[in-house]
Write a protein that binds this ligand. Structure first.
Ligand SMILES: NC(=O)c1ccc[n+]([C@@H]2O[C@H](COP(=O)([O-])OP(=O)(O)OC[C@H]3O[C@@H](n4cnc5c(N)ncnc54)[C@H](OP(=O)(O)O)[C@@H]3O)[C@@H](O)[C@H]2O)c1
Length: 354
């Protein structure tokens, strides 16, 4: 392909998972690379593969623990000394702990994670963004997460760090809007990488519904190259989760998200939470799509759909009343009632399309 020969992408966390898949896409596209991580041997092997498979001209491997105090400045200095201009920065490296904040997780590890996910990411962004703005050229991809907009009990500190990255990114996008520099927040749903194992988690319920890191990287790469403000990889159910995060009570969301992190062997009696979220949110997303499709219809089709919508309206009113009663009557089992609402919304949508 070699569309971008001569340009350089710096990718932290390139040794595995989403970062490795992103590095591959940059290599395929003709970028030179700066690969950063602690696993020097893996990064060296990856360099050889990229050189032989894609003819990558220049790869600098930087072996660095990004939870260390001066990590970001050290990386910047090494890149400067090598005379490399970084055209794309991918802040991918990140980690979590798993467990109850009050009694189970370790503060020293949490401090490292805050340093890695927040401080190093922020300073790398500052150092490279300044140069990009001066050149009026460049792109930055920030690894946030869908949990940036939801509570995530048992990974509480991690989710808080991702909320920080999400917020920082959206502010900076506004600050650089008059330049040719772009910044994109990547918000993956749970993805099948080493992430949960590295966090020390047991086998979790969420593992049944994980996304493919190659898919996540492809969607992210496309959005980054278009300069989009955010990207939620995957289908409508992932996008619907973000919508749901904005419309659901926080208490209910927290209970649902916690169930995702329940060990598999303890989750036998639990109802599947994520699909309940998705049911309601998919209804919202589908509703928006319907309205926009309706606006573009010819008058005969519009009349037909108005008739169907009239019938649906009376059914939906009943369903919403039913759901409202259910929700108000059962505070303790709000998550279950939300599930009912999701199924009702799903039936309502099926009615429109049927
Ligand atoms: N997997 C998910 O469900 C998910 C969902 C949303 C967002 N994310 C985010 O996606 C990013 C990539 O995670 P992943 O899922 O691909 O997990 P992964 O396979 O565990 O990869 C994590 C990467 O970060 C690097 N890293 C971790 N700690 C480091 C440190 N102290 N210093 C330098 N590098 C470090 C690792 O490299 P070394 O081990 O070589 O240092 C590795 O390359 C993270 O920011 C994560 O928060 C993941």
């Amino acid at each position: 392909m070699n569309a971008e020969t001569g340009k350089t992408a710096l990718i932290t966390g390139a040794s595995s998972g989403i970062g490795q898949e992103l590095a591959k896409l940059f290599a395929q596209d003709g970028y030179n690379l700066v690969l950063v991580g602690r696993s020097e041997d893996k990064l060296d092997r990856l360099s050889e593969v990229f050189k032989s498979n894609y003819g990558t001209q220049q790869i600098l491997v930087i072996n660095k623990d990004l939870s260390e105090e001066d990590a970001a400045q050290d990386i910047y200095n090494q890149v400067q000394e090598a005379g490399i201009t970084v055209n794309v920065l991918v802040n991918d490296a990140g980690a979590s702990t798993y467990g109850l904040f009050a009694t189970e997780t370790n503060w020293e590890r949490e401090k490292q994670i805050i340093h890695l996910n927040v401080l190093t990411t922020t300073l790398l962004t500052k150092l490279f963004l300044k140069d990009m703005v001066a050149r009026n050229e460049g792109r930055i991809l920030q690894l946030a997460s869908l949990v940036a907009v939801t509570p995530f009990p048992l990974m509480a500190v991690y989710a808080a760090t991702k909320a920080y990255i999400w917020n920082l990114t959206q502010s900076l996008i506004n600050e650089i809007k008059d330049s040719n520099v772009t910044m994109t927040a990547l918000m993956p749903n749970a993805t099948a990488t080493n992430f949960f194992r590295e966090a020390g988690a047991p086998k979790l319920t969420v593992e049944d519904t994980m996304d493919d890191p190659a898919m996540v990287a492809k969607d992210a790469y496309k959005a980054l190259m278009k300069g989009e403000a955010k990207v939620i990889p995957g289908g409508v159910s992932n996008k619907a989760q973000e919508v749901m995060a904005y419309v659901s009570p926080q208490e209910t969301l927290a209970a649902m998200m916690r169930r995702l992190l329940t060990p598999k062997d303890e989750s036998g009696q639990e109802k599947t939470p994520v699909w309940t979220i998705v049911g309601v949110a998919a209804a919202v997303v589908a509703g928006i799509a319907l309205v926009s499709a309706f606006n573009n219809m010819d008058p005969v089709d519009k009349a037909r759909y108005r008739y169907k919508a009239g019938k649906l309206k009376s059914k939906a009113t009943g369903l919403i009343d039913e759901a409202g009663d259910a929700l108000s009557e059962a505070k303790d089992t709000a998550a279950d009632k939300w599930s009912d609402l999701g199924q009702m919304a799903g039936r309502a949508i099926a009615n429109v399309f049927g």
